[in-house]
Design a protein around this ligand. Structure first.
Ligand code: C2E
Ligand code: MG
Ligand code: MG
Ligand code: MG
Length: 283
């Protein structure tokens, strides 16, 4: 009897695993098709200078409509990374975003581009050359490009990744640590990488004004960043109170739904044409 039950359990488990494998294979095949069919899009989320409310940069965020269903990046980036599709996908995002931002800059708008990297992309052959080519083709100056990395990327191939990022930094590209404060080695990372910017994770920003510890931690990160001569960007600003506190703390830049949601290139076009800060009313 026990054996029978045990056997059944194994079967159920195997069936469940099987369904999971099939789902992942389908996702991988769909990703491949989507890439060929150019079903991906890039959205841009404005980042503002908190003192002046001016837009200083846009962060490129990949979008995928799988048929009529929107699939959030975190639901497909893992599969894209596992299958290697992240490499051509990221290269497409890089070129597309450099081209758009170079166009905005050509209308005398001094904005930068921030791009999220994946570890497989950085370790792919010729990553540095690919970035250089995208800059050259678009005419975007290296100093207008910021590459965002997260701590987890340095768990494997840390030396190779640090070397490549350092090479890009030597070309004038800026480096940012995204989701700062959430990893266990955020502080150590500041010594390993030649970083220019830290982006405070929304898990700190969310508690501003509501949670004493999170407010204190945010204040400490802002001060730490400034003491190290870094630009500090607060992410996930959703409430006016958060914005007020960040301004009072002297945080350099901010990003979040209260400032502006990620938008298609057309949205950024009109933002540029009206020459209004998305924060006009809260300046
Ligand atoms: P991230 O780089 O930390 O990007 C910020 C995420 O927070 C974005 O989610 C953005 O839409 C969202 N966000 C911005 N403001 C707010 C806010 O006020 N409240 C809340 N709740 N969320 C806000 P998204 O677009 O879903 O991207 C999630 C993550 O996926 C990104 O986190 C990044 O790690 C990754 N990702 C997105 N696009 C790319 C890409 O092109 N390449 C790579 N390698 N990773 C990407
Ligand atoms: Mg980011
Ligand atoms: Mg982040
Ligand atoms: Mg994140």
């Amino acid at each position: 009897r026990a054996k029978e039950l045990g056997g059944r359990r194994v079967e159920v488990f195997a069936a469940h695993m099987h369904a999971d494998v099939v789902r992942r294979l389908e996702l991988a095949a769909d990703l491949q098709r989507a890439l060929l069919a150019e079903q991906f899009a890039v959205e841009y989320q404005p980042v503002v200078d908190l003192a002046t409310s001016r837009v200083t940069a846009v962060e490129a965020l990949v979008r995928w409509w799988r048929g009529s269903t929107f699939v959030p990046p975190q639901q497909f980036l893992g599969a894209a990374e596992d299958t290697g599709l992240i490499v051509p996908l990221s290269e497409w995002i890089l070129r597309e975003a450099c081209r758009e931002v170079a166009n905005w800059r050509a209308s005398s708008w001094d904005i930068g581009l921030s791009l999220n990297l994946s570890s497989r992309q950085i370790t792919a052959p010729r990553f540095v050359e690919t970035v250089e080519a995208a800059l050259a083709e678009s005419g975007l100056p290296a100093s207008a490009l910021t590459l965002e990395v997260i701590e987890e990327m340095l768990v494997e191939d840390a030396e190779e990744i640090i070397n490549r990022l350092s090479e890009l930094r030597a070309l004038g590209v800026r480096l940012a640590i995204d989701d700062f404060g959430t990893g266990y080695a955020s502080l150590a990372l500041l010594r390993q990488l030649p970083v220019d910017i830290i982006k405070i994770d929304p898990s700190f920003v969310s508690g501003l004004g509501r949670d004493e510890t999170l407010t204190l931690l945010t204040r400490t990160i802002v001060r730490l960043g400034h003491d190290l001569g870094l630009i500090v960007v607060a992410e996930g600003i959703e409430r006016p109170e958060q914005l007020e506190l960040l301004r009072e703390m002297g945080c350099t830049r901010g990003q979040g739904y209260l400032v502006a949601r990620p938008m298609a290139a057309r949205g950024v076009d009109s933002l540029m044409r009206t020459n209004l800060s998305p924060l006009q009313n809260t300046a």
